[in-house]
Design a protein around this ligand. Structure first.
Ligand code: PGA
Length: 256
């Protein structure tokens, strides 16, 4: 079946790179942009400090995402950045609910729901991350875990808000480990996510939402993953830090 949904490859740089290295990587991507399939939207999520520097690149071949934002609109919240601040810098997306934030910064589904609301209020499209831990998969609780994450963080949205969402399925056991979900495991979960969204928001909306796969995506596995009918691209960590690898992943996301 031909993919009708937006194809997206997003690079999550996490807490990596100096400003010089960040600019060098962005410029390398710029120079190779003719190789990018036109139907693929490329998103970079650098550390927030660099958003402004990258924003100065003329006619960039990528859009930008923050890796996190506050659920508050403004005020005395030392160290935080609001969605309104991102919006004012023409940032289009924000990763919300990444498993590292859930684990190391104790973000709950409820807090994540508030962050999504804050983003949507300021016209930032959230890239909402969900996914089970290893022990949940071993106990065969992966579907119920992901279903609860979707319910608690997304089911309160109105349909016109939901259509702005991007979802990233990132099994926690696959992040940064070199272990990737098989194409069958990825497709099965992506189809389940879409079915769950269809049950609540209706088929038309569910069919429009891009669902990205994340977790040790590499130039060797990306083409097979992106060929799955419900996988609309990837959220790439480690491999997005090297221009050559990231470009090869972007190329593999083109409609075959
Ligand atoms: P990884 O990270 O590609 O290094 O596994 C993915 C992510 O955390 O978004």
């Amino acid at each position: 079946m031909e993919h009708m949904r937006q194809r997206i490859v997003a690079g999550n740089w996490k807490m990596n790179k100096t400003l010089d290295e960040a600019m060098e990587l962005a410029i390398d991507l710029q120079e190779r942009q003719d190789d990018f399939p036109p139907e693929v939207t490329v998103i970079l999520a650098p550390p927030s400090l660099y958003l402004l520097g990258l924003e100065m690149i003329e006619e960039p071949c990528f859009l930008m995402a923050a890796q996190n934002c506050s659920h508050h609109q403004y005020g005395a919240f030392t160290g935080e950045i609001s969605a309104a601040m991102l919006q004012a810098m023409r940032i289009k997306y924000c990763i919300i609910g990444h498993s590292e934030r859930r684990e190391y910064f104790h973000e709950t589904d409820e807090l994540i729901a508030k962050k999504i609301d804050a983003c949507l209020l300021d016209n930032i499209a959230p890239i909402f991350c969900c996914g089970e831990k290893k022990e949940e998969r071993v106990a065969k609780k992966h579907f119920v875990t992901v279903m609860h994450q979707l319910e608690k963080s997304l089911f309160h949205l109105r349909p016109e808000q939901m259509v702005k969402m991007i979802i990233a399925y990132e099994p926690v056991w696959a992040i940064g480990t070199g272990l990737t979900a098989s194409t069958d495991e990825a497709q099965e979960m992506h189809a389940f996510i879409r079915k769950t969204l269809a049950g609540h928001f209706g088929e038309t909306i569910a069919e429009k939402i891009p669902i990205l796969y994340g977790g040790s995506v590499s130039p060797t596995n990306s083409a097979a993953l992106f060929a799955c009918p419900d996988v609309d691209g990837g959220l790439v960590g480690g491999a997005s830090l090297k221009a050559r690898d990231f470009i090869s992943i972007i190329k593999s996301a083109g409609i075959q």
